[in-house]
Design a protein around this ligand. Structure first.
Ligand code: IMP
Length: 193
């Protein structure tokens, strides 16, 4: 089965491929399209934004699409950066900068609880469904690791005693928010063949 993933983020595409290709799914993405399609993500929740992305491409090309909307919620910062994770401190700002600003904002905070959230929307002619995955962690005290992307270098996952940027992609995928959402979606596919 071919699945069109509405993203041009190569890191996300790699994670989708690593988890879905061994199960026989073939992954296509916005990077396979010749044209550049603008999608306005003006939803207030991960669910709304994931549906907006998947619906835009589904309606345009009449194909079944999946889209993920994801982000980091930090409890001591009122769940920021949340749905604005990609645009936090400016879309084109480096993650080294964003991560350093977060560490500075967290300097005196005792509660360092945070979570990655990923909502995948599956949109076809006949249905709209969402699958939510989360992973709970702690904001690290310093940046560590160069695997993964985005906020991985400051996401400390206690069972690994390490940040998600300092473990292998298969270790990250085995517990990650995106991995958990994908596993829920695959279970749904299996039960609805
Ligand atoms: P969007 O889903 O494309 O709107 O962007 C989500 C943003 O959340 C990414 O650009 C990252 O900043 C952050 N994010 C989502 N998933 C991850 C992850 O697995 N690791 C690190 N950062 C992530």
């Amino acid at each position: 089965m071919e699945l069109f993933v509405v993203t041009s983020n190569q890191h996300k595409i790699d994670e989708f491929k690593e988890l879905l290709e061994p199960l026989g799914y073939k992954i296509k993405s916005l990077l396979d399209l010749k044209e550049n399609i603008e999608i306005i993500e003006d939803g207030k929740t991960f669910e709304e934004n994931a549906i907006i992305k998947a619906k835009t491409i589904c309606e345009r090309f009449n194909i079944t699409c999946i889209a993920d909307d994801s982000g980091l919620e930090i409890d001591a910062l009122n769940k920021e950066p949340g749905v604005l994770s990609a645009r936090y401190l400016g879309h084109d700002t480096s993650y080294e900068y964003k991560n350093n600003v977060i560490l500075e904002r967290m300097k005196d905070k005792k509660d360092r609880t945070c979570r990655f959230v990923c909502v995948i929307a599956l949109v076809s002619k006949n249905e709209i469904k969402t699958f939510r995955g989360e992973v709970e962690g702690k904001v690290a005290y310093k940046i560590k690791g160069s695997n993964g992307f985005g906020y991985d270098p400051i996401f400390f996952y206690e069972p690994f005693n390490d940040t998600l940027a300092n473990v292998s992609s298969s270790m990250k995928n085995s517990i990650s928010h995106r991995g958990n959402a994908i596993r829920k979606m695959v279970e749904y596919f299996e039960n609805n063949k």
